[in-house]
Design a protein around this ligand. Structure first.
Ligand code: ZN
Length: 180
């Protein structure tokens, strides 16, 4: 390992992640967030609260897959980078000691960057500790419903507008291209 620690950028970064369907063994590569900046990508916060983050559907058999991978979440308001690791790792890794090991690694990695850091295991811990818990989940649900209702309304208005303004089919239509 190198001695020099570089300043970490705080921009959203995606990676392609290979998923193998556990039912039909198809493979595909959905883009997965490795680093989320909640300031520039507020929808990521919504996706976490609605539990739709890091889900992908098999293109072949449509089975829903959860992609249980580690990513980092940056909240500019709290000026903190939170490493979100799979929930099962905590017990499997050895509990508190494992947490402190990961925490120390993260402190090292961000030692040149002016942010606080923490490590959580699973999205639920992220939500409870940093995203506002149940109240935030309820608010996200409401926001999502409102957005969906607005989208439906827009769609209905477009349909109405189309019906109102669509030109009548010309009677006895002469094809202009054939007129000399
Ligand atoms: Zn499949």
């Amino acid at each position: 390992m190198s001695d020099t620690v570089e300043e970490q950028t705080l921009e959203t970064r995606l990676m392609e992640f290979e998923v193998v369907c556990r039912r039909c063994q198809s493979k595909w590569q959905p883009p997965i967030a490795r680093f989320v900046n909640a300031g520039t990508d507020p929808d990521a916060r919504l996706g976490i609260l609605l539990n739709t983050m890091h889900q992908s559907y098999c293109p072949h058999c449509k089975l829903k897959q959860y992609i249980d991978t580690t990513f980092e979440y940056y909240d500019p308001e709290q000026n903190i980078v939170i490493q979100v690791r799979p929930a099962w790792e905590f017990k499997a890794g050895g509990g508190e000691n494992y947490y402190f090991k990961r925490f120390e690694d993260l402190i090292m990695r961000y030692s040149k960057t002016d942010v606080r850091v923490d490590v959580v295991f699973g999205l639920q811990e992220l939500i409870d500790k940093y995203l506002g818990g149940e109240a935030a989940v309820a608010a996200a649900q409401e926001e999502w419903n409102a957005r969906r209702a607005a989208a439906v309304k827009r769609h209905e208005e477009r349909t109405l507008a189309r019906e109102a303004f669509e030109p009548e089919t010309p009677e006895d239509g002469e094809d202009p291209s054939t007129t000399a």
